[in-house]
Design a protein around this ligand. Structure first.
Ligand code: SF4
Length: 118
């Protein structure tokens, strides 16, 4: 049986979690204070995902850069490709919150959207 130790990122309490795995099956989760911790632990060991945040250049805007993020979580193993896809991107002002900057980034089905006006 494999044992994985994690820190829950669901809230600032950062509960230490222990997950026991039998092959690709979660046998038990302990250490969580609330249900969110258990859900996080199961997802983290079976199919970890993350929101990716970054910035891209803006042409003709109020600022030179605008912050962007994936609209939803993407698989952790796609983060590098996602960051790479954002390199060298320049958008034209005006940029509004929620504007799609890169559709379907790294073939994840998730868009990169602006999180600020520029
Ligand atoms: S298990 Fe619950 S209380 Fe503990 S860090 Fe995660 S979200 Fe917060």
């Amino acid at each position: 049986m494999e044992k994985r130790e994690l820190i829950c990122i669901g809230c600032p309490m950062g509960c230490p979690l222990t997950v026991e795995l039998e092959g690709k099956e979660v046998v038990s989760v302990t250490g969580h204070t609330c249900k969110r911790g258990e859900v996080y632990a199961r997802k983290e060991v079976l199919s970890p995902t993350r929101i990716v945040t970054s910035t891209v250049k803006v042409e003709g805007g109020k600022a030179d850069m605008v912050s962007v993020k994936t609209k939803e979580d993407i698989p952790k193993d796609k983060i590098f490709q996602c960051v790479k896809a954002l390199k060298g991107i320049t958008v034209k002002a005006p940029v509004h919150i929620g504007d799609v900057i890169v559709p379907n980034v790294a073939d994840t089905g998730v868009d990169i959207v602006a999180t600020k006006e520029a």
